[in-house]
Design a binder for this molecule. Structure first.
Ligand code: ZN
Length: 149
């Protein structure tokens, strides 16, 4: 299996079986995001306790890239401190920023997602600029939610 096929498998797996799907009854923060270019929608609930994201719940619909990105994001941020979550947002955006200078963002241009674990599977989206908004949607929604905490 090539790396690209492996990435595709990871994305499809998260799309078919989204992690942390649902809503929280007592969320500390909530945000909704919409990507009109593709019709993607994300609704995000966070529970924040003691400076940590202790629970994440997401509902949404749309393309495989947007929904897989949301599912992987939820897995990556649950249990992390707010500082760690903000750091991860920065790294994800740097991976997806095809116009920025990788050196400025402190990433390896040959492997821009190296520090991102499973989320590295989404780095192939860089080759399809119109889909970058799909991959970024959950992350911009997360940034909005963090404004409330
Ligand atoms: Zn999309």
């Amino acid at each position: 299996m090539s790396l690209e096929e492996l990435y595709r498998e990871v994305i499809l797996d998260h799309y078919r079986s989204p992690r942390h799907k649902g809503k929280l009854e007592h969320a500390s923060a909530h945000a909704e995001g919409h990507n009109p270019l593709c019709g993607d929608e994300i609704a995000l609930d966070l529970l924040v306790e003691g400076g940590k994201v202790t629970k994440v719940a997401i509902t949404g619909q749309g393309c495989s890239i947007s929904q897989a990105s949301a599912s992987m994001m939820a897995e990556a941020i649950e249990g992390k401190s707010l500082d760690e979550v903000r750091d991860l947002i920065g790294k994800f955006k740097a991976m997806m920023d095809i116009e920025g200078d990788p050196k400025d963002a402190g990433i390896d241009p040959a492997r821009p997602g190296a520090a991102l674990g499973d989320l590295e599977a989404l780095q192939g989206v860089r080759k399809f600029p119109v889909r970058i908004k799909c991959a970024n949607l959950p992350w911009t929604t997360l940034e909005q939610a963090l404004e409330d905490v």
